[in-house]
Design a protein around this ligand. Structure first.
Ligand SMILES: [Zn+2]
Length: 473
């Protein structure tokens, strides 16, 4: 006995011709409606735009519904997961979805996959509908894009105002989280392709002449509350619930992509960023893939610029071993300032006078002389001051080979990790608002969405959009 569904005939045609009449009616009515707006002296182009949208919306919704139905009817009765022929098929199972033009419904076939031992609806993946969410791909994109940039309540109002789509905050939040998980999965796939040397298509066009690849790293804190309602219990057990967690970030770009803007500030034309709550190991893999996309294998020189934190040294040594490292100039100068304040604890003017020639040495790349001078100075100090100064000397000593800022200037290279720091600040505008608490899974997903947008790979998450260049760092 054959339980296959091949013989199941698609239902009657719902072709585009069905729309010939409504379109004609609409064309006839539209000018009449608009002429009222034209005559009203207090109405401008904005009124006309709103009016046309209002009048066409229902037609668009119906058209989408009809075409979606046609596509659903064309989906063959095979399992979308394993490709096995479905059995025990029945038709007309309704599925309601939220679209760019309002809610719609399709009726689809349901069949049993004997291999997966699951009921399947082959039309759903063909239409881009997820198993659980009720949003069309366009609405999925709206949720992902807005919620990764602004709080859910605000995003819900913005979407409604700009598109007329009603998505209550709870629904929007669920959809954005789903999109975040999808993005994280996609990132893992893309990065794995790069590691396996199968990501040739992801590599950006590279110049013929030798180039320098710059990598900058930094970290910041995010506030999370994973143990909701557990605070009292934890404290009673002598544990302080942890709230703040590190987010690790890195960015990479070719030096020739760093150009001066009209105001003289450095501006980077194209770069790849990694940002994660998944720990240093996750960042290392993300950034390695990102650097490969930006020509790590072809670079004549790789330069790592950062603030000298231990995790950064380890990461750089691990994945970017032959790279030259540079200590962020501002961080180096802060350690000199610490010496200045140890010597002149209550006299800011004296501290300034003392530090001026040393900052010049630092800038001029004379770190060896600078350190020698500091050691001579330390010898003359009393115990407490000497200890304070020696700990700063030890820090600078440990980065001695990373402080040639004169060479950096000559080579037109960055002297600090300002590009990464400003990127971190931009993420913080979304993730560190007053009163915000995150869950690790929630913030990682949204950060991942934001990173796809910044890295100009948004189209990989929403293949329905043509690959333009919607974002700029
Ligand atoms: Zn199956």
């Amino acid at each position: 006995m054959n339980h296959c569904c091949e013989e199941l005939v698609p239902p009657s045609d719902s072709s585009f011709e069905t729309f010939a009449r409504p379109v004609a009616d609409w064309q006839a009515r539209l000018p009449a409606g608009l002429s009222r707006s034209l005559e009203a002296s207090d109405q401008n182009l904005g009124h006309l735009e709103e009016e046309i949208l209002r009048m066409t919306r229902d037609l668009e919704r119906k058209l989408l519904e009809a075409v979606a139905q046609k596509k659903a009817d064309q989906s063959p009765p095979v399992c979308p997961v394993c490709g096995h022929q479905l059995s025990r098929c029945t038709r007309d199972h309704p599925r309601t979805f939220q679209s760019r033009f309002g809610p719609g419904t399709v009726k689809r076939l349901r069949g049993w996959c004997r291999r997966c031992r699951e009921w399947r609806f082959p039309a759903d993946p063909a239409l881009g509908l997820s198993e659980t969410g009720g949003a069309s791909p366009s609405v999925q994109e709206m949720a992902a894009l807005t919620v990764s940039k602004m709080p859910v309540q605000e995003a819900s109002a913005v979407i409604e105002r700009l598109t007329g789509v009603t998505l209550p905050p709870a629904t929007l939040d669920r959809e954005a989280r789903r999109q975040g998980r999808r993005a994280a999965k996609k990132r893992t796939q893309l990065d794995a392709q790069m590691r396996a040397a199968a990501g040739g298509q992801q590599v950006l066009p590279l110049p013929q002449q030798p180039f320098t690849l710059v990598i900058e790293l930094d970290a910041w804190n995010i506030r999370e509350r994973d143990d909701w309602g557990q605070t009292g219990k934890k404290r009673a057990a002598g544990q302080e619930p942890s709230r703040w967690h590190w987010v690790y970030g890195g960015t990479c770009f070719r030096l020739d992509q760093r150009v001066a803007s009209e105001s003289g500030r450095a501006h980077i034309l194209s770069r790849g960023t990694g940002m994660t709550r998944g720990g240093v190991d996750d960042l290392r893999e993300q950034l390695f893939a990102e650097a490969q996309r930006h020509g790590l294998a072809q670079a004549a020189k790789v330069l790592v610029v950062a603030d000298g934190a231990v995790w950064i040294g380890n990461l750089a040594g691990d994945r970017f071993a032959p790279a030259e490292q540079r200590l962020d100039y501002y961080h180096a100068s802060q350690h000199l300032w610490a010496v200045a304040h140890a010597l002149h604890p209550e006299d800011e003017v004296a501290a300034r006078v003392w530090i001026a020639p040393l900052l010049k040495q630092l800038k001029d790349g004379r770190a060896t002389t600078l350190l020698k001078d500091l050691r001579t100075l330390a010898k003359r100090l009393r115990k407490k001051q000497r200890q304070a100064v020696q700990s700063e000397i030890a820090y600078l000593e440990s980065h001695r080979g990373r402080m040639d800022y004169a060479a950096a200037r000559r080579g037109g290279e960055p002297q600090g990790s300002g590009a990464m720091e400003s990127t971190c600040r931009q993420y913080q505008c979304r993730f560190k608002r007053p009163g915000q608490f995150w869950s690790c899974a929630g913030d990682e997903g949204l950060m991942c969405l934001e990173t796809f947008w910044r890295n100009d790979r948004w189209h990989l998450l929403s293949p329905h959009i043509l690959h333009g260049n919607p974002s700029r760092n």
